[in-house]
Design a protein around this ligand. Structure first.
Ligand code: 3H9
Length: 701
């Protein structure tokens, strides 16, 4: 056989084992190895049944995702894919028993479904996650799955791509038996029992128009703009209307469309990007980490409370400190309400809620802080206050305790300067709501120790976050870029765009929310306070956005005061507000702007290229390690549509010369704020993309 697949046979049962670490993807050589092994078993009269099993940590995690780019770039021809192997498995005169541990995902589940029987450990998961890569199952999954579990379940699995536990899969008829104990021994025993028996093929699924109508409705709401979700629904529906062979052809047609789409390339970029961000050139994987067994959080406001919940959710006891009993009660009350909501929605049990709450110790003092392995400061954005707190922490915390600040704008180095241990100080910039948002910007100060960075990256994983390391500059990566984006949103309104038109254009582009609505949600006063803190840095003569300062002066801070750019009802639904129109008219008059008609294309261009231009500066300064790090920040922290890959990937798909041309046009029209980033000019001239850019030695991030 090959190195990737091994074969053995004893007492009537052949065992085919896949060895393609880390996850047994179906890389070139694996399907061929399985096919050759099966042929050997078929030719051996002594063999009565076959066990197919994965070596290492999983059965098969699916097709090798790296291969798709080779096909779409023309480097490799697609050929018949997995189909010949699947027909061979299905038609084999010796029943094949797929024996699943870890994951049977994508092509892995498709292989398993072509086998006569499927067994799994209770800890195993099965699923068709292709949609998350902008694809649909491409090896008969959309046709075999509904034949096993019915159209409604199949469409749900292919449309959303969520993993299914072995016990559920067994209930649905996808798994024949859940094995306890040793999987291989259990599978061999099972194979002996069914040896020589032929299993009937499952019948075509019943038509279920209601299930498909509901699926399309759900796609509109939960998968807005994602073409693969609709293609998956169409393909599964074909299984209820066409013969198996015709259904497979229809699936192939839809798969091919998805495979060559920009959406799929973008989602694959995000898949590998989320893994790439864990690689930090000067902090190798072997770097020692500090154990994090106890945590402490300062500040029980929205951020602090959410951060404390993160620790409790991960089973880490956490002390939560406030300065007044009232603030503490309010913070703990909000946490309790949040957990109760989750219980009401069935996300976890009352017992789980009680356990999590019991891990949070509210306090008004620093008691227990000397035991903490990490302290996260989450008070409001005031350098003076933060310095006071860090000086105190320096006295209290044990030497190996990580001192993290949740600041979103202030300098980590300046905060660290008041301690005797700047090497232990780091930024942990959580995103609101901190218990939900996946992004954690990990901000490296100039003295931050590598062990502290490595510990933070590993902690991010423990907390279920995507940790991205960034450099210490004002706003770090995400908010620094977002500043330009929201600045342009305000300028567009001042120049003539309706606030709703600005929000609508970005929503239609795929953003989770328009920029002005985001401001209202986050609180317009946050930026207002920061602008006041940094007022001394303003450059005279450079245009400043005025609308949000003016809204704040009217006490319109956004949703929390019931009004900002919009007026909000008790269900937080936004409504146009005549007072805002009046304010816009006043601001335009004061700046002598005569409003003009502004198209949706101009809105998206101004906002997206503002992100990209600032992103290019950040990249050149080394504040982000790679363009993909910026993309991962935007997809996970700012509601950027994953199917567009993030702002830098998006710019690459538009083409950097085109992006630059537009930025130069904005520069001519709107002045210095639009000066093109030198890196963008250089890459555009060299015919390169952001994705190809690798920063030289003096990386700061
Ligand atoms: C498909 O099957 C289409 C079919 O219909 C057939 C059509 C013809 N390929 O995530 P981890 C790498 S589409 C290549 O850190 P975990 C990953 O990049 C596919 N590489 O581990 C990482 O590399 P590195 C459908 C893969 O334990 C390493 O393995 N299948 C693949 O947290 C470890 O991964 C999927 O979409 C792959 N298929 O999670 C499954 N999978 O160490 C995608 C992983 O260099 N995979 N790698 O950074 C997953 O969901 C998770 O990786 C899994 C393990 C749950 C399996």
């Amino acid at each position: 056989m090959s190195d990737l697949v091994s074969y053995s046979a004893a007492d009537g049962v052949a065992v085919i084992t896949i060895h393609n670490p880390p996850v047994n993807a179906l890389s070139p050589g694996v399907p061929e190895g399985i096919a050759a092994s099966l042929a050997k078993a078929e030719a051996d009269d002594a063999v009565k049944a076959v066990v197919l099993i994965g070596g290492g940590r999983s059965f098969i995690a699916g097709a090798d995702i790296k291969e798709f780019a080779k096909i779409t770039s023309g480097e490799k021809k697609r050929g018949q894919g997995l189909h010949p192997l699947l027909y061979q498995l299905e038609e084999s005169n010796k029943p094949v028993v797929a024996s699943i541990h870890g994951q049977a995902f994508g092509g892995g589940l498709e292989v398993a479904m072509a086998c006569a029987y499927r067994l799994a450990l209770a800890s195993a998961q099965v699923g068709q996650p292709e949609v998350k890569l902008g694809l649909i199952p491409g090896a008969g999954g959309t046709q075999r799955l509904p034949r096993l579990v019915g159209a409604a379940r199949a469409v749900e699995m292919c449309q959303f791509g969520e993993p299914v536990k072995a016990a559920d899969a067994a209930q649905w008829g996808l798994i024949d038996q859940v094995i306890e104990g040793d999987l291989l021994q259990g599978a061999i025993r099972f194979a002996r029992e069914i040896a020589g028996k032929r299993r009937e093929k499952p019948r075509a699924p019943e038509a279920d128009p209601a299930a498909f109508a509901a699926a399309r409705e759900a796609a509109k709401k939960r998968q807005r703009g994602l073409s693969a979700a609709l293609a998956a629904i169409d393909a599964v529906e074909a299984s209820t209307k066409l013969s198996f062979e015709e259904g497979v052809k229809e699936e192939a047609r839809l798969f091919e469309q998805c495979l060559h789409s920009i959406q799929s390339k973008a989602l694959i970029h995000v898949f590998f990007g989320e893994r790439a961000v864990t690689r930090i050139p000067d902090v190798p994987k072997e770097t020692a980490t500090y154990p994090i067994r106890r945590a402490a959080v300062i500040g029980a406001g929205t951020m602090g409370g959410g951060i404390a919940m993160n620790f409790a959710n991960a089973g880490i006891p956490v002390v939560l400190k406030e300065t007044t009993q009232e603030a503490l009660d309010h913070g703990v009350g909000a946490i309790r309400k949040n957990y109760a909501n989750s219980v009401a929605k069935g996300r976890f049990s009352q017992a789980a809620m009680d356990k999590r709450l019991a891990l949070i110790t509210p306090t008004l003092s620093y008691e227990g802080f000397d035991q903490a392995d990490i302290i996260v400061e989450a008070v409001f954005e005031s350098m003076a206050l933060k310095k006071e707190i860090f000086a105190e922490l320096d006295r209290i915390a044990k030497p190996e305790c990580l001192l993290a600040t949740n600041t979103s704008t202030l300098s980590i180095d300046e905060i660290a300067s008041v301690t005797t241990r700047p090497r232990m100080v780091i930024g942990h910039h959580f995103f609101s709501p901190a218990n939900i948002m996946r992004l954690l910007e990990i901000v490296r100060g100039k003295a931050t120790a590598k062990e502290v960075i490595a510990t933070s990256m590993s902690l991010a994983k423990t907390l279920g976050k995507v940790g991205v390391l960034v450099g210490n500059c004002r706003g770090f990566v995400g908010n620094r870029m977002f500043g330009s984006y929201r600045r342009e949103a305000q300028f567009l309104v001042e120049e003539g765009a309706d606030p709703e038109a600005v929000d609508r254009a970005m929503f239609d582009f795929g953003m989770a929310m328009g920029p002005l609505q985001v401001g209202d949600l986050a609180g317009l006063d946050v930026g207002w306070r920061i602008r006041k803190e940094f007022q001394h840095l303003e450059v005279p003569g450079v245009r400043k956005p005025r609308m949000e300062d003016r809204l704040c002066e009217l006490g319109r801070y956004g949703q929390k005061t019931g009004a900002g750019w919009y007026r909000y009802d008790e269900n937080r639904r936004p409504w146009r507000d005549a007072a805002v129109n009046d304010l816009i008219a006043t601001v335009r008059a004061e700046s002598a702007i005569s409003p003009r008609a502004i198209s949706a294309a101009e809105i998206t261009g101004r906002l997206l290229y503002a992100l990209v231009n600032e992103g290019a500066r950040i990249l050149e300064e080394g504040m982000a390690l790679r363009a993909v790090d910026i993309d991962i920040i935007y997809v996970n922290g700012y509601g950027f549509p994953a199917y567009r890959g993030g702002p830098m990937f998006y710019a690459d798909t538009v083409g950097l010369p085109k992006v630059l041309e537009k930025i130069r046009e904005f520069n001519r029209q709107h002045g210095v704020l639009w000066a093109p980033a030198p890196l963008l000019e250089r890459l555009a001239e060299e015919g390169k993309s952001f994705g190809q850019y690798v920063k030289g030695e003096n990386n700061n991030a």
